[in-house]
Design a protein. Sequence first.
Length: 403
Amino acid sequence: MKPLLISMAITLLLFGIIIGCNDPSRNIPSEDRNDGITDTRILIGSSLALGGHAGYLGTQTLHGALSYLNHINEKGGVHGRRIKVIAYDDEYDPPKCVYYTQKLILEDRVFALFCYVGTPTTVKIIPLVNEAKIPLLGMFTGANELREPFSPYLINIRASYYQETKAAVQHMVEVKHIRKVAVFYQYDAYGFDGLKGTELALKEYHLVPTATATYIRGTLDIEEGLDKIIDTDPEAVMMIGTYEPCAKFIKLAKSKGFNGLFYNLSFVGADELARRLDEHGDGVIVTQVVPSPEMPETQNLLWGTKEYSRRLKRYFPDDEPNFVGLEGYINAMILVEGLKRAGRDITRIKFIQAIESITDLDLGIENTVSFSSRDHQGLDRVYFTKFQQGKFVLMKEWGSGRK
């Protein structure tokens, strides 16, 4: 098929999906279901970026999760059932994510959705999740739209972008005594969420951004935005983007003589950002929602991070322990805990209720995890890391984290 015909076919297919979502005659489950459950298997589905400009994020999230799930399966699974994950590569593209989610629900008949990556992709499937009444757990995004309004089917584990930006602004103003802050963000739902969080945090100090500038997702066109920001002479730049455009922005800003600080959110992918910055990482800070998996302090004191590193090396020997992968590993730990608590006669409602019963669960990551029937976010802590000797390390002078 020629490229034009392929494009037309995809367009028609996605149009059919959108129409189908609004058609009440579609075979979408509305009652309590146990789709994806057999006597020997639990089927879980994921749509995430495994290739393209955000491929590192999806790949490491999945590898982290599978490092734990493979371990559980080798021990016999959960209540005699092994966990199988069907993962599709949506390339961080919202229409593809919608398509694959529809496929996972209606064709693959998975029990739950798991480890989605990205705000612009994940927020687009919220209507599908709510209509199908299917649990979606462990999203690699801190988007507020996944938290408000509350949905019983959306189960967040990480802290939100609002919490990350609030902590970052607090550090800028109270520790670094910065008053002039610009914002550089990806022009989509992810960037808008981070921008709003930054503006709300600055407002608490009676401040507004000196400038805001954007780039288009999937591109490296940062020059216009960079010039706009530098013209306002900020002391710091809050960056809401992914590793490749953010690395280019930082290196080009420094080449133009900018010597302020750069604050990035956890979604940037700190380890890949560090690799791309090379010797240009001074003054770069990244907020994190999990502790560092590599530092001796965490390896010695936190058994969860130590086990993640050990199991990652066993199942994915070419990978190095990283923040993104640890988050995927934690997601899998919560998934398994919910499956265990739901019992052998599991249904989706029983699974959600099982997650909601988790209180002060110790995962060996310094902070305990808790949920309730009205609180579907398990963790709240934000950590600070700075670039040092080619990687991002915990900022001890700012403590281990901020709630």
